[in-house]
Design a protein around this ligand. Structure first.
Ligand code: THU
Length: 124
């Protein structure tokens, strides 16, 4: 967990950039790529509620759109903690990450396999 303290601190800082006037529930996250880069993001809400994007997907999409697809860990900080990622975000993580991908929350380290044992998959 110590190894990921900086990542967690960056998730806390990213939560300050949350745009969440409707729920007033801020979330920030920070993802560490396998080559040591860190991308951050926050949740972004919309008056048309279903268009809201979670912090984790903002973060992952920022990284993927910069050409990064190999990840080691993500840290997540919300207004209430531990802030467990929603099923949609876990499904997006499962697109890019292995079972042992690390998910750092206020209560310590989890794995993708632990929080999302059965991702949707088919033979593309
Ligand atoms: N939210 C996230 O950013 N990540 C999650 O994994 C769950 C929920 C956001 C979406 C919305 O802006 C707010 O939290 C309340 O649902």
């Amino acid at each position: 967990m110590d190894k990921y303290k900086k990542l967690y601190d960056m998730a806390v800082e990213a939560s300050l950039k949350s745009y969440s006037p409707y729920s007033n529930f801020s979330v920030g996250s920070a993802i560490l790529t396998s080559d040591g880069e860190i991308f951050t993001g926050a949740n972004i809400e919309n008056m048309s509620f279903s268009l809201t994007v979670c912090a984790e997907r903002t973060t992952i999409f920022k990284a993927v759109s910069e050409g990064k697809k190999d990840f080691e860990a993500i840290a997540i900080y919300g207004k209430e903690n531990p802030c467990i990622p929603c099923g949609a975000c876990l499904q997006v993580m499962s697109e890019f990450c292995d079972d042992d991908f690390k998910i750092i929350l206020s209560d310590g380290m989890h794995t993708l396999k632990e929080l999302f044992p059965n991702a949707f998959k088919y033979n593309a």
